[in-house]
Design a protein around this ligand. Structure first.
Ligand SMILES: *[C@@H]1O[C@H](CO)[C@@H](O)[C@H](O)[C@H]1NC(C)=O
Ligand SMILES: *[C@@H]1O[C@H](CO)[C@@H](O)[C@H](O)[C@H]1NC(C)=O
Ligand SMILES: *[C@@H]1O[C@H](CO)[C@@H](O)[C@H](O)[C@H]1NC(C)=O
Length: 363
């Protein structure tokens, strides 16, 4: 969730909680000069990682899970919030602790669900992944795909939203979430902390991009301000349902940046207060891929041995008061995939144009 942090110092004496919250968040980032933004924190893997990387107790409460993950935390009740993106057969997605959740309600508390054991996290059931494309480009690694999201604790029709290491209060979504990759080390046993990343999930589709921390444009390729326009605009790709492949590729354009009549333009996502996004003036370019190696799902994913419907481990860790910036009746403003199948009734008209623009994949 992206909220513009203003520098307003308005007093808030008689405001209701919901109206005061943005101001509260703003003052958090103003007043607490001591709050270190998540993107400014560095931890070497594995020994430099503390139990929790976020020890603040501010508007959104405490970090829900932990970052020190090992064989004792592994399993379907893990609250591990240290994630990985290494290869088509070894990556994690942020997903809820409790079954039947909605991204907008729990984005601050997501935990790592991984394709492989060994990360001290939960496991994505093999049958949840319906088509996956992994891609390495000069500036990032990315995994996108089709997912039965009900198997990783999301409501089947949730249109979803974005997780990234920013957030209005700079503590990340999820709070304290870390991401590592072996794509940027000298060998595949070296895991580098990924500073800029984004992960959209919803409407049966996901995309996770991890930008090379040594790259000059990591913050641009892994932009976090386009949380309402999904994978098609943040991670344009040609992934196909039912296909599993690992590719090399060209870089995408920076999210939001496009060329029209020879002029480079930057799209500005309108605030949610203006209602649904009716039109987007461009279609994001899908970059070329090459050297795609095909895989069979059964060869790269294994089914978790325990139920994927497992719930919270009820271990320690703060309760994490609700993610204040998000409407509890989230209605698809933070689209991850296409969202088409999840919208009904009178909303269909409103969202009609949106469907065209928000496909997170090519058919
Ligand atoms: C394993 O992880 C848990 C949870 O973070 C932690 O409490 C425990 O100390 C860790 N064990 C080892 C041996 O590091
Ligand atoms: C590193 O690469 C080797 C050879 O391809 C592979 O067997 C091994 O599983 C990889 N290790 C990791 C951590 O990805
Ligand atoms: C992908 O394919 C599966 C299996 O056919 C199907 O159930 C699912 O709805 C498809 N996903 C999307 C987003 O079309």
């Amino acid at each position: 969730m992206y909220v513009m942090v203003t520098t307003s110092t308005t007093t808030t004496t008689t405001m209701t909680f919901s109206r005061a919250l943005p101001l509260l968040l703003a003052s958090v980032s103003l007043v607490s000069a001591q709050l270190v933004p998540l993107v400014d924190k560095r931890f070497s893997y594995p020994d430099g990682i503390p139990y929790q990387v976020d020890t603040d107790d501010l508007v959104r409460g405490r970090q829900t899970g932990y970052n020190r993950c090992n064989s004792t935390t592994e399993g379907q009740s893990s609250l591990c919030q240290t994630s990985f993106i290494n290869s088509i057969d070894d990556f994690c997605l942020w997903a809820p602790i409790e079954p039947n959740s909605i991204v907008g309600n729990v984005e601050g508390e997501m935990v790592a669900w991984c394709t492989k054991k060994g990360h001290g996290a939960r496991q994505i059931p093999a049958e949840a992944l319906q088509g996956v494309q992994f891609m390495k480009t000069p500036d990032y690694v990315q995994v996108v795909g089709f997912v039965d999201q009900s198997k990783i604790n999301l409501q089947a029709d949730d249109t979803g939203g974005e997780m990234d290491p920013h957030g209005a209060d700079l503590r990340g979504n999820p709070l304290g979430g870390l991401l590592y990759s072996n794509a940027y080390g000298t060998d595949n046993k070296t895991f580098t902390q990924v500073i800029e990343w984004h992960n959209f999930i919803g409407s049966g589709f996901f995309c996770l991009k991890a930008c090379d921390p040594a790259g000059p444009n990591a913050a641009h390729f892994c932009e976090h301000v386009y949380d309402r326009i999904g994978c098609q605009y943040n991670a344009p790709n040609a992934a196909q349902n039912g296909t599993f492949e690992s590719c090399k590729g060209e870089n995408q354009d920076f999210p939001g940046v496009y060329v029209q009549n020879g002029v480079t333009q930057t799209y500005r996502q309108p605030p949610e207060s203006l209602g649904p996004i009716a039109t987007i003036p461009y279609t994001a370019r899908i970059p070329a891929s090459s050297d795609c190696a095909p895989f069979q799902s059964a060869d790269i994913y294994v089914t978790a041995t325990t139920s994927s419907a497992a719930t919270s481990a009820a271990t320690t860790s703060g309760t994490g008061t609700r993610t204040g910036t998000t409407s509890p009746t989230q209605t698809g403003n933070n689209q991850a995939g296409n969202g088409a199948s999840s919208l009904t009734g009178s909303m269909t008209m409103v969202w009609g144009v949106l469907f065209v623009g928000l496909f997170g994949y090519t058919l």
